[in-house]
Design a protein around this ligand. Structure first.
Ligand SMILES: Cc1cc2nc3c(=O)[nH]c(=O)nc-3n(C[C@H](O)[C@H](O)[C@H](O)COP(=O)(O)OP(=O)(O)OC[C@H]3O[C@@H](n4cnc5c(N)ncnc54)[C@H](O)[C@@H]3O)c2cc1C
Length: 415
């Protein structure tokens, strides 16, 4: 079947690109090897992070580096063999995390995050899925006074950029979440973010909206992508071959495996995460999503139970599963959160596709006519999918984007 554009990958980023291209009047085929929203966009913490105006830098302090050496931290772990293979990108990440470079990156990142909520809300209204919003805002929790006050400073800085919050004392926190156990200095409640009760359901609802608007959705393998003599793209799907003059590669952590066959690659730092659902305890509700600020894991009330998502594990795709980080986070969480028995048979695992300069990558693939890409959204791809889709659709159709897209150009990784 012939279309104007093929979008490869139906995670939050690919589905959002497909919807925005379709809204410009293009006929779009969306192809994934699974149903929409079943990979990274399924297993995340489900927060639309309007507050995340600065991306995660690599901590450069000696304390972090020393404590990381034992590989027993709860928030960050690594697989030694993977680190050896990622030395180049990690060194680049370290350099981009230096204060001056980082400030510029954060300014650019903010231009996307500032539009993330509006672009989601528009799609949520169009898809009639406001019921998937489980809560407004979330809590950042701290035990130590010193850490809390450092975080209050971050909150005050972000307030100057229009990000709203409230500060909670220990007593106010106990009132807001009486089921939490332990001595806490207090918390920050970011009030703008949205907590979604099932991230995969949100992607699927957006994909249904795309199909209702006459988009064509196909099961198929992106690795069958090829170019015809006439310069068109073809990909094999279960219901027949799909063809178009333009293709958007939005395969999340799998993107560069495909694009490098056509001569384009970029240094992705894979940061794995794991999740597990736990039963709710009777009469002990958790009202909002909570990030444990000191241990770097999230507990989110979701459709399938209380979902604990871990921080980052540096691990290349063929590295084995390692459940130690989840077990360590669970051990901390059991002393604090009202979580019951494990619900899932085994932990879910997914990979945040992170770039050394912490910014997503979207736009024309250099030197490959008719190929576009959208990937590398790291810790905030669930948040940034819709604004990425809007800006990519602008570029494909030649419309002026409302954000300067140059900082996100795929060409920045050319030697
Ligand atoms: C533990 C954890 C917690 C997170 N929490 C948050 C959060 O709270 N908020 C937030 O904004 N972000 C969060 N993130 C990050 C976010 O989940 C990702 O950035 C985002 O999901 C990436 O979306 P994507 O569409 O690029 O990739 P994906 O969702 O992975 O989609 C890629 C798609 O490509 C398809 N695909 C791959 N190979 C092929 C092939 N050969 N043929 C066909 N299809 C193929 C896959 O099936 C998949 O559907 C979290 C991530 C993790 C791991």
């Amino acid at each position: 079947m012939k279309h104007d554009v093929i979008v490869l990958g139906a995670g939050m980023v690919g589905v959002s690109c497909a919807l925005h291209l379709q809204a410009r009047g293009l006929s779009v085929a969306l192809v994934d090897r699974r149903a929409p929203g079943m990979e990274t966009s399924y297993g995340n913490a489900g927060i639309i992070q309007r507050e995340a105006i600065a991306p995660y830098a690599l901590p450069r302090g000696l304390g972090f580096l020393l404590s990381g050496m034992t590989n027993r931290r709860v928030d960050v772990r690594y697989q030694a063999g993977s680190v050896a293979r990622l030395i180049g990108p990690l060194w680049s990440y370290y350099r981009h995390s230096a204060p001056e470079a980082y400030q510029q990156i954060a300014r650019e990142y903010e231009t996307l995050i500032a539009r993330s909520l509006d672009t989601h809300e528009q799609l949520m209204d169009d898809a009639s899925v406001r019921h998937l919003v489980a809560g407004h805002g979330y809590l950042m929790l701290y035990r130590s006074e010193r850490e809390l006050h450092e975080f209050f400073k971050v909150a005050d800085q972000r307030a100057q950029a229009g990000v709203r919050h409230t500060k909670l004392s220990s007593a106010e926190l106990a009132q807001a979440e009486p089921s939490l156990v332990g001595e806490f200095a207090g918390a920050v409640r970011w009030t703008d973010p949205l907590a979604i009760s099932s991230p995969g359901d949100l992607v699927q609802a957006y994909a249904r909206l795309f199909a209702q608007r006459r988009g064509s959705l196909h099961l198929g393998d992106a690795t069958t992508l090829r170019k015809t003599d006439a310069g068109h793209w073809q990909v094999d799907a279960a219901d027949g071959m799909q063809e178009a003059p333009q293709v958007v590669v939005a395969l999340g952590p799998w993107t560069t495996t495909l694009t490098q066959r056509f001569g384009y690659t970029a240094p992705v730092i894979p940061k794995r995460g794991y999740h597990m659902h736990y039963a709710r305890l009777p009469d002990k509700p958790l009202h909002s999503t909570v990030i444990d600020g000191e241990y770097g894991f999230v507990v989110a009330p979701m459709k399938d139970g209380l979902r604990l998502t871990t921080g980052a594990e540096l691990a290349v795709p063929d590295a084995p599963r390692a459940h130690g980080q989840l077990d360590a986070a669970e051990a901390v969480a059991r002393g604090v959160f009202p979580i019951g028995q494990r619900v899932d048979r085994e932990p879910w695992m997914g990979t945040r596709p992170c770039m050394p300069d912490m910014k997503p990558v979207f736009g024309a693939v250099p030197d490959v006519p008719g190929m576009w890409c959208a990937f590398g959204h790291g810790h905030q791809g669930f948040t940034l999918g819709p604004i990425t889709g809007e800006l990519l659709a602008d570029m494909v159709t030649g419309a002026p984007p409302r954000v300067d897209v140059r900082p996100f150009s795929p060409a920045r990784f050319l030697a």
